[in-house]
Design a protein around this ligand. Structure first.
Ligand code: F6R
Length: 607
């Protein structure tokens, strides 16, 4: 997730306005930033790595001339967050400048083709293919709009683009597919940006750009067309009356709720990992004598779920371990044949890095999965995957958890394929479902949010919650419990449902809410038995079950219905969503701030 802004003024210098706008986009990324303008048929550009205010102190981003300016704030996905890889990116002649948010999936093939035609690339980004493609098309058309149109037709993946050229200093050309882009209509000029808050200071009148649309912004208007057939789009503007603070949360009262709702998008990005990196990591996993999945907190729950996926799909035994326990438990056993798959959203968690360091010293292979390409974890990993979720501001991990699961599921499916342990049909079926997860999550939010609010209201005063599941749903139960206790401060327990009889059932008494994670998988029959046991002790049963599962609904006091036909192994991805919402609404109804739970930090960098 990066942020872009473009401004074209009737008169005056647009750079200070773009700089202010980038400050508001910092929540979308903060590892490098840059700005480009056109003045007197000349392209100016400034960019560097680091946080926006540090860069500004160093090179004064407002000090470039011209009424036509584009800017970018980066959350690196392809290429290290250094100055070279910072946006804007330019073509060989340095007349075209491009800022981009998204992932160009076919950039490697495009880059190869362009290099064969003589284009010189200087960065490791996916974005750099865009200015070179436009340059190539400009040779044939000499018209920026047509060149951009032809170029974006060749792109696969997601993009929000703003493009300027010193050969046409009266326009910004924008294009969008699956990354947000909004157009602002102002008295002093026209604007485009990744979101409304970034340009709200300049106008409150907006037009949305839809997927596969291209727009030309001049200082007094905008024209929009469909990328496919250039059909003209007539779209009226709308006005917003948000204040800036509301606007940063895009109308949501808290970042946590915004991030829960953002999951369809973050999952789409997590599904766009580069094939060659997935293949590389898969090969390392396949070669390992033993695989340790090492992580803390929510990331550990992702690892626990992954251990079921690896085992069932690839017939591979893996050991999920809480990072702080790794050295004491397995430290002496780790060696050159061990693979450590370390999962850490921040890539900076002390316990995870300490475990990784220990294993490195013993010559183990380190693989990282993180949301932070510039983290310590990526530096110490032999190979790594970046989940591409963008910054998560709420302290409780939500969108980054489901994205971790998506990455891990992709690895498990690849391993299944190369190890040949399940049929191609099964792999295809699961893959199809995995790629539909963004839609399924969207549907889940629509289906469950109102019901969850009702339940949160009903159970707001309860002071003990139990979360139970079997098989992979144990991981869902643990994560649901962690969300609830960390932001509501209410004691909660979670364990594999069958364990109840071995102790925990003794705390159950009349009215204790017990949440059963009960997808329609092979554990369902046994889960029904566990529901009966709890019911017999007076527990209030809240079942998270498939739509139309009358048997479970009939046993439960309350139920939340989920979409049908979700394969058990992928069920933690949608099933955790109502649990995230439940924790959120319970916190809010108890007057707590879910974004800032007491005693917790987003990144735990101490022992
Ligand atoms: C819970 C939460 C924490 C983190 C844990 C690991 O909502 O956010 O439990 O999951 O501190 O953090 P990372 O993934 O950055 O290593």
């Amino acid at each position: 997730m990066c942020g872009i802004t473009g401004i074209i003024l009737k008169k005056g210098n647009a750079a200070p306005l773009v700089y202010e706008s980038l400050k508001r986009l910092e929540y979308r990324g903060y590892d490098s930033a840059g700005i480009a303008s056109i003045d007197n048929l000349k392209l100016y550009m400034k960019k560097d790595s680091g946080k926006l205010d540090e860069i500004h102190k160093k090179i004064d981003l407002t000090d470039i001339p011209g009424p036509l300016v584009i800017g970018h704030i980066r959350w690196a996905t392809h290429g290290y967050p250094d100055k070279i890889n910072a946006h804007p990116h330019t073509d060989c002649t340095k007349t075209i400048a491009v800022v981009h948010n998204g992932v160009i999936e076919n950039f490697l093939e495009l880059r190869r083709e362009l290099e064969e035609k003589g284009h010189k690339f200087i960065t490791r980004t996916d974005t750099e293919v865009v200015p070179h493609l436009i340059e190539e098309e400009m040779n044939a058309t000499d018209d920026l709009y047509t060149a951009v149109l032809r170029a974006v037709r060749k792109l696969k993946g997601s993009y929000a683009l703003a493009i300027i050229s010193s050969s046409e200093p009266d326009k910004i050309v924008c294009a969008r597919n699956e990354s947000p882009l909004i157009i602002g209509v102002g008295k002093e000029g026209m604007y485009c940006s990744s979101d409304i808050p970034a340009i709200l200071e300049y106008t409150n009148k907006f037009i949305t750009l839809d997927n596969r649309e291209i727009a030309i912004l001049t200082h007094d208007g905008v024209s929009i067309r469909k990328i496919k057939d250039e059909q003209v789009v007539y779209r009226t503007s709308f006005e917003v009356d948000w204040d800036i603070e509301q606007a940063e949360k895009q109308g949501y009262p808290h970042f946590m709720l915004k991030e829960i709702h953002e999951q369809p998008d973050s999952l789409r990005d997590a599904l766009r990992l580069q094939e060659q990196y997935l293949d590389l990591v898969t090969t390392f996993l396949d070669r390992g004598r033993e695989i340790f999945l090492v992580a803390a907190g929510t990331s550990y729950h992702a690892c626990l779920a992954a251990s079921y996926m690896f085992s069932k799909l690839a017939k591979l035994t893996t050991y999920p371990v809480i990072a702080s326990e790794f050295i004491d438990r397995y430290g002496d056993a780790v060696g050159i044949d061990s693979v450590i798959l370390a999962v850490s959203q921040s890539g900076e968690t002390y316990d995870t890095l300490k475990a990784v360091d220990h294993a490195r010293m013993r010559a183990a292979t380190i693989i990282g999965i993180t949301n932070n390409v510039a983290s310590t974890l990526t530096r110490v990993s032999r190979a790594y995957l970046v989940q591409q979720s963008g910054p998560e501001i709420g302290v409780a991990a939500t969108k980054t958890f489901t994205a971790q699961l998506i990455v891990l599921a992709q690895l498990a499916l690849r391993l299944a394929k190369i190890r040949g342990k399940i049929s191609q049909d099964e792999i295809d079926e699961l893959k199809e479902k995995l790629y539909r997860m963004p839609e399924i999550i969207k549907e889940t939010i629509i289906m469950t949010e109102e019901k969850v609010k009702e339940l949160a209201e009903k159970y707001r005063d309860k002071n003990l919650f139990l979360f139970l599941g079997r098989g992979i749903s144990t991981a869902t139960a643990l994560e649901g419990r962690l969300k609830l206790l960390e932001i509501t401060y209410k004691p909660a327990l979670a364990f594999p449902a069958a364990e109840s009889k071995h102790g925990p059932i003794s705390i159950v008494e009349e009215g204790v809410p017990v949440i059963f994670i009960a997808p329609y998988d092979e554990t369902r029959k046994d889960v029904i038995g566990n529901i009966m046991e709890m019911k017999a002790r007076g527990a209030e049963i809240i079942a998270l079950c498939e739509e139309g599962d009358e048997e479970i609904k009939g046993l439960a006091d309350e139920y939340i219905e989920m979409s049908r036909d979700i394969p058990g192994l992928l069920s933690p991805i949608p099933y955790v969503v109502p649990l995230q919402l439940l924790a959120y609404y319970l916190a809010v109804y108890n007057g707590l701030d879910p974004d800032k739970p007491r005693n917790l930090a987003k990144s735990v960098t101490v022992p």
